[in-house]
Design a protein around this ligand. Structure first.
Ligand SMILES: *Cc1c(COP(=O)(O)O)cnc(C)c1O
Length: 454
């Protein structure tokens, strides 16, 4: 696949790929009677997306691209990304563990989190993992915990307060965001400059401005603000103490069709427009992209269990609901997905479109991934495919109704229609569900009796 395909895809090519993969997956039983829902990751597509990222930043001499682990917290995916030259951005001890298990070297890991405990900070400093402090109190903790010979690069997250995108919950640079030191609050900028003058080892500024729903210009303006602050700090201390800028992730994804829009090239162009020297090599750069690397490289396939009608409306009851498409079900306006209809063999359904609700298996009325969507009439045994679900959908399961986390499979597909799979995550078993639901403590409450009368 060429880069050109990624940016201006031949729509039939992508559709043919999904069809070939689904047909093969059904044939192998990866999705079907026994596994009524499963996730699929396009490994060729991931390679292409990573290459596009490297290309867009190739003019910057010193760039570390990290992958935001929360977007797809699966060890084989992290291993692949690291092999393709990426590091990992982690935000919890669990994500740090996954990055290390994937073989990511500590110096290529960045720890961000607004709630790092003292133990987590000490662990990161001992490993040599880079660390972005969220606030000035965290810097004081680092003062106390940092070994003299720590190899960790240490930065400070700032909130440039440039404003909100269209999804409030995805906007991290609003006036009242919980992340980073608020630069435009009274005295904020001065306190940040002082924090750097007092700490010669504080060498990085971090700004992650937003995500889905944030215009490129808004993100670029936030990054430009971090650049200007770095210049101000370096002037105040009289040397280039700040040597790198961590510009975060947050490139939005187009969920409407196959086009990758905006591209990483669009992003670097917007950065250059907001601050011409940003990509000039004066500062080393760290990026932390998640959604834009993975979203379009994955889909969910689910079997239609029943097709029914209520109040004159057709409803397909499928196995893809809030347990795997959590955000789409809970915030349908913010996270709409393309849904496609396939027959029991995995061939695209024929027939005139009719409006249908695509419902999930969970026991609440709102468990609907698409409302009144026009699709060929679905019947029992058909499949629905939820496109562009490679980011976040496999890492934000919801344990409601004790539904198992679906299995995830990686695939490659060549031009001749030859499809190969590799396991990424096994479907959760009932034993595992029981174990995480306290089965090991089954009799502990019935034997917990107060020793004296109340
Ligand atoms: C979530 C997050 C990212 C990744 O955001 P995407 O929108 O998935 O690219 C990067 N950095 C930080 C600090 C984050 O919280």
């Amino acid at each position: 696949m060429t880069l050109h395909h990624d940016i201006l895809p031949d729509p039939h090519l992508t559709d043919r790929r999904v069809t070939a993969v689904l047909r093969r997956a059904i044939g192998l039983g990866l999705v079907g009677d026994e596994q009524p829902v499963a996730g699929f990751l396009d490994i060729d597509g991931i390679r292409t997306s990573v290459a596009a990222l490297h290309t867009a930043f190739s003019s910057v001499p010193d760039t570390l691209h990290t992958f935001a682990v929360k977007a797809c917290s699966l060890v084989p995916v992290l291993r692949l990304l690291c092999e393709l030259g990426l590091g990992c951005e982690v935000a919890s001890p669990g994500e740090l563990r996954l990055a290390l298990d994937a073989g990511c070297r500590p110096e290529r890991i960045v720890l961000d989190s607004p709630a790092k405990t003292r133990a987590e900070i000490a662990e990161a400093l001992a490993l040599g993992v880079a660390l972005n402090a969220d606030n000035l109190d965290e810097l004081s903790r680092i003062d106390a915990l940092r070994p003299m010979d720590s190899a960790s690069v240490i930065g400070l997250r700032v909130n440039p307060q440039v404003g909100s995108g269209s999804i409030g919950a995805m906007s991290t640079a609003t006036a009242t965001s919980k992340f980073g030191v608020a630069l435009r609050d009274a005295g904020g900028r001065r306190r940040v400059v002082r924090a750097f003058t007092e700490r010669p080892w504080l060498t990085r500024l971090h700004a992650h401005v937003g995500s889905q729903g944030c215009p490129l210009e808004l993100i670029a303006e936030g990054v430009a603000e971090a650049y200007r602050l770095a210049e101000e700090i370096n002037e105040a201390v009289g040397r280039q103490q700040v040597t790198s800028l961590d510009i975060g992730g947050g490139l939005p994804v187009n969920f409407a069709d196959d086009a990758t829009r905006p591209t990483y090239e669009d992003y670097t162009r917007a950065l250059g427009a907001a601050q011409p020297d940003l990509l000039g090599g004066r500062y080393a750069l760290v990026t932390e992209f998640g959604r834009s690397l993975l979203a379009k490289n994955g889909f969910i396939a689910a079997r239609v269990e029943y097709a029914k009608e209520a109040g004159g409306r057709r409803i397909a009851v499928t196995h893809a609901g809030a347990q795997t498409a959590t955000r789409t079900v809970l915030m349908p306006g913010a996270w709409p997905l393309r849904i496609e209809a396939f027959d029991a063999q995995g061939d695209p359904k024929q027939g005139a479109d009719v409006p249908q609700d695509i419902a999930g298996p969970c026991c609440f009325a709102g468990d609907v991934v698409a409302d009144g969507r026009s699709l060929p009439p679905l019947v029992e045994g058909d499949f629905v495919v939820l496109r562009d679900t490679g980011a976040y959908y496999f890492s934000t399961p919801w344990a409601y109704n004790s539904l198992p986390r679906p299995g995830v499979h990686g695939y490659t597909a060549d031009g001749a229609g030859q499809v190969r799979f590799a396991p990424v995550r096994d479907a959760q078993t009932l034993d595992e569900i029981a174990a995480e639901s306290g089965a090991g403590h089954a009799d502990r409450l019935t034997s917990l009796i107060a020793t004296a009368p109340r």
